[in-house]
Design a protein around this ligand. Structure first.
Ligand code: NI
Length: 132
């Protein structure tokens, strides 16, 4: 850290009343980590959730539908592919807050009979883009 930056930092430490640089640094790092976690959960994203499951698993199809109907995030569309006699692949495109999209993906992947699942997320603009 260069001298001028350190001087400004020491001045901030004095104003905020931190006992020393270490304590000030610890506090700044904690704040940065919390801000990052919060920002991540609230970020607007489009998520692609893909799951492969055995549709013969008791109650699974009902649970899959109930989770989707109760989801806070907006399910834009779903695609279903019947892989073989037992297995289905379902792809869901979900728009909403990162926390809500991740929560839906976790719940879907956690159901008994779901062989595997994946979530891909990408950040999107806060408001939908309109063309005049
Ligand atoms: Ni199917």
């Amino acid at each position: 850290m260069d001298g001028e930056l350190l001087e400004q930092f020491d001045s901030l430490i004095a104003r905020k009343g931190y006992p020393n640089r270490s304590e000030a640094l610890r506090d700044l790092v904690r704040r940065a980590l919390v801000a990052d976690a919060w920002g991540d959960e609230q970020a607007n994203v489009l998520g692609a959730v893909s799951i492969v499951y055995d549709h013969h698993q008791r109650e699974l199809v009902t649970s899959l539908l109930e989770l989707q109907h109760d989801c806070v995030a907006d399910i834009v569309c779903t695609t279903h592919v019947h892989l073989d006699h037992h297995h289905c692949l379902e792809l869901l495109l979900v728009r909403g807050h990162a926390g809500d999209v991740r929560s839906l993906a976790d719940q879907l992947c956690g159901l008994k009979g779901v062989k595997h699942g994946e979530l891909m997320m990408t950040a999107v603009a806060d408001t939908p883009h309109h063309h005049d």
